[in-house]
Design a protein around this ligand. Sequence first.
Ligand SMILES: Cc1ncc(C[n+]2csc(CCOP(=O)(O)OP(=O)(O)O)c2C)c(N)n1
Length: 273
Amino acid sequence: MVVSKKIKTFLRSNPPKTHWHIDPVIANDTFFCLTKHFKCSVNTFFAKLNLSSIPLPTSIYFETWNSIKMRRIQKHNEYVKSIPFSDFKVFDSVLSQIPNNYMVQSSNSSTIRYLQLFELNPSLTVFCNRGTSGIDGSTSTAIGAACVSQQSTVFITGDLSFFYDSNALWNHYIPLNFRIIIVNNRGGGIFRILPGNKNSENFSTFFETNHLLDAEPISKLFDLEYTSASSKEELDTALVDFYKQSSRPKILEVFTPSSINDQILLSYFDFIK
Ligand SMILES: Cc1ncc(C[n+]2csc(CCOP(=O)(O)OP(=O)(O)O)c2C)c(N)n1
């Protein structure tokens, strides 16, 4: 599933001549132009595809898109340096400090949207429940995946998604190296990013669902180690020890200023244009 609506719309309104989907089971016709479904794994497909026998046309396709990508990365780095502590800045610190070969589990909604804006360490494997994109069940999924795969796992989540599924912590199977990072912006930050009037009580009560909860009492209840951070310095300090071996799973809760998060994200898109 392509997360970005802008990219989905772009590809739908600029359809390719052919669209091949490679998957052993299912082929979603996301761009309404699917021409062929190869029912096999990606590795099998590329092992059988004899590229040297295919005459390749001369094309500037790669150079064109690669230079756009490079420029975007450069603008991205410039922007991150210039912004104050916010959701965006938290993702920059957090994503650059996940150890190699971790599984990253993401909740919905702005968590996965921020995640896709960053160049990730290619040794990480990233999962998120997309489809109906519920904020429910992400913690349960992350814990289940960590148990079954036995891969070191960090779960990154928003506060509402975390509190919604806190019952996921009530079991005896959470691996000791399981890590949770809660980006607590005191409500549904995604709704501030979407267009509409944000300065009304109706907005904060019924859309953003403002709250003052923090995860410390829940960590005590379920016997998890707890740390919090409210600035870049505190976050970077907390991350130094966060992935070290421990006798209990850990939660790191990062408090961000909800009033500036949306503006920082929206200005990012203007800046990299
Ligand atoms: C089960 C369910 N209920 C409601 C929604 C609508 N919804 C989408 S995002 C969101 C808020 C998410 O807030 P949070 O987890 O704090 O993440 P943030 O957007 O702040 O990063 C809600 C309520 C949903 N996706 N799934």
